[in-house]
Design a protein around this ligand. Structure first.
Ligand SMILES: *[C@@H]1O[C@H](CO)[C@@H](O)[C@H](O)[C@H]1NC(C)=O
Ligand SMILES: *[C@@H]1O[C@H](CO)[C@@H](O)[C@H](O)[C@H]1NC(C)=O
Ligand SMILES: *[C@@H]1O[C@H](CO)[C@@H](O)[C@H](O)[C@H]1NC(C)=O
Ligand SMILES: *[C@@H]1O[C@H](CO)[C@@H](O)[C@H](O)[C@H]1NC(C)=O
Ligand SMILES: *[C@@H]1O[C@H](CO)[C@@H](O)[C@H](O)[C@H]1NC(C)=O
Ligand SMILES: *[C@@H]1O[C@H](CO)[C@@H](O)[C@H](O)[C@H]1NC(C)=O
Ligand SMILES: *[C@@H]1O[C@H](CO)[C@@H](O)[C@H](O)[C@H]1NC(C)=O
Length: 384
């Protein structure tokens, strides 16, 4: 008798009993001990599914949990040795600020004062080579700087430098030691679109068409063409016109900036006086707070204290030099809780310490380099 929901013997035969001897209706029950009946097939299927869950799904779930547990972030995924190695030291440097590493792992750093120059350190070497500026001669002529802040070197080896107290960006073409002013008016600070009022760090888009500059005292981000030959007007891309502040349409003494559009549409910006990290789509009327509590300084994992350099990696982790906390904080994507990956709040000159750090850069192996301003040294933290 075939009842609704059960399988006919013909179906059983087709599915599981093809190898069994011809069975009469009478033999069917006896044969069932060697043959698969409907309930047994269900049990077997359930068993196989159960086994599949254990063998296939569980490891996937576990590995997903591991992913959620920061497999591409600190502390369980990415790690750096917290003991730094001194690459350049006080016998070679004075107060160094911005840092740039090119695709050949050549390191460039800006020696703000009293040296007032840009150094280059080819990979695996320990002797800095002067590439721009006149040693111990601050000034405003085409070969000099006055408190240079940051450096970038393009694919044609042209060197760009933000020259704070001259309120200009200098470009050195083809190994020349004579710079051209390509943005700003040398010696004139102001709020016009062809002027700066205290420019700090900058970042270049991957095609090197534009540079994005933190205009510190104008509380804005300006964009300029890198092929400019005179200080033409730039384009306002964030902040500006709304004064200093911590609202989403304001910046508060922006210092560090990094823009990597292949990974994120946002520019990441540190607000030195606001004690925050923001992100902002170039040209948008407002940005978003990512980390830090406006106007509050402290050393807890949710606070920043006068942040400076900033970088993001391909996983959208954000790295912030938390200057007054003498540490480097890593923020996993969508997290406002910082994980300390270098330094430890208390300033000092031990290998695990920093003293007023400023700039940050990574080489092609993701080893991290920090300009340790008040220790007059560059520290390298190896990726583990
Ligand atoms: C970290 O760096 C220090 C100093 O170079 C070294 O002695 C130590 O073995 C390194 N630790 C790891 C885990 O690589
Ligand atoms: C800039 O001034 C320095 C110091 O006076 C001088 O040695 C140098 O030749 C000058 N360079 C240019 C391009 O005027
Ligand atoms: C990197 O090194 C290669 C080979 O020496 C050279 O051709 C290239 O210009 C260098 N790239 C940069 C950015 O300096
Ligand atoms: C840089 O130098 C090369 C070789 O001397 C020359 O061909 C090129 O035109 C120069 N570029 C600029 C922008 O001056
Ligand atoms: C500078 O670059 C822009 C954008 O790529 C381009 O439109 C312009 O023609 C370039 N100017 C010069 C002088 O090469
Ligand atoms: C931050 O501090 C400044 C100066 O003390 C004050 O004017 C401003 O209202 C404060 N902003 C916030 C959001 O607390
Ligand atoms: C961050 O959160 C948003 C939604 O809140 C999500 O769409 C995005 O994928 C997250 N980013 C990362 C890298 O986890």
């Amino acid at each position: 008798m075939v009842t609704q929901g059960s399988k006919s013997p013909a179906m059983e035969h087709d599915k599981g009993c093809r190898q069994l001897p011809q069975a009469s209706a009478k033999m069917t029950n006896k044969g069932a001990s060697r043959c698969l009946t409907g309930p047994k097939i269900v049990l077997m299927v359930v068993g196989i599914i159960g086994l599949l869950i254990v063998v296939v799904a569980v490891p996937i779930i576990v590995s997903d949990l591991k992913k959620d547990n920061n497999s591409n972030c600190a502390p369980n995924g990415l790690q750096w040795n917290t003991t730094g190695i001194t690459v350049l030291s006080s016998s070679q440097l004075t107060h160094i600020s911005g840092l740039y590493i090119d695709s050949n792992d050549t390191l460039y750093t800006v020696d703000e004062y009293s040296n007032g120059v840009v150094w280059k350190v080819p990979k695996n070497t320990l002797t800095p080579i002067l590439v721009a500026g006149i040693l111990q001669s601050a000034g405003s002529n085409a070969s000099q700087f006055n408190y240079p802040q940051d450096v970038y070197v393009d694919s044609q080896s042209n060197v760009y430098v933000t020259d704070l107290n001259n309120n200009r960006v200098q470009k050195f073409v083809n190994q020349s030691t004579t710079g051209q002013t390509i943005a700003g008016i040398s010696g004139s600070s102001g709020v016009a679109l062809n002027q700066f009022n205290g420019l700090r760090y900058f970042t270049f888009d991957p095609t090197e068409t534009y540079m994005y500059i933190t205009d510190y005292n104008n509380h804005r981000i300006m964009r300029y063409l890198t092929n400019a030959t005179t200080g033409d007007s730039g384009t306002l891309v964030a902040g500006g016109g709304n004064g200093a502040g911590n609202n989403n349409n304001q910046l508060n003494s922006p210092w560090g900036i990094y823009y990597l559009p292949s990974v994120s549409n946002y520019m990441y910006i540190t607000n030195y006086d606001g004690n925050t990290l923001m992100r902002w789509i170039p040209g948008a009327s407002s940005g978003e707070l990512i980390a830090g509590i406006p106007n509050l300084t402290g050393s807890s994992s949710s606070l920043l204290s006068n942040p400076m350099g900033v970088k993001i990696d391909i996983y959208q982790n954000v790295f912030v030099v938390d200057r007054n906390n003498n540490r480097v904080q890593m923020f996993c994507p969508n997290s406002s809780i910082g994980i300390t990956i270098a330094g430890n709040v208390v300033s000092g000159s031990a290998a695990t310490q920093l003293n007023g750090p400023r700039g940050i850069a990574f080489d092609s192996s993701m080893n991290m380099y920090i300009t340790d301003y008040s220790n007059y040294r560059i520290q390298k933290f190896n990726k583990l």
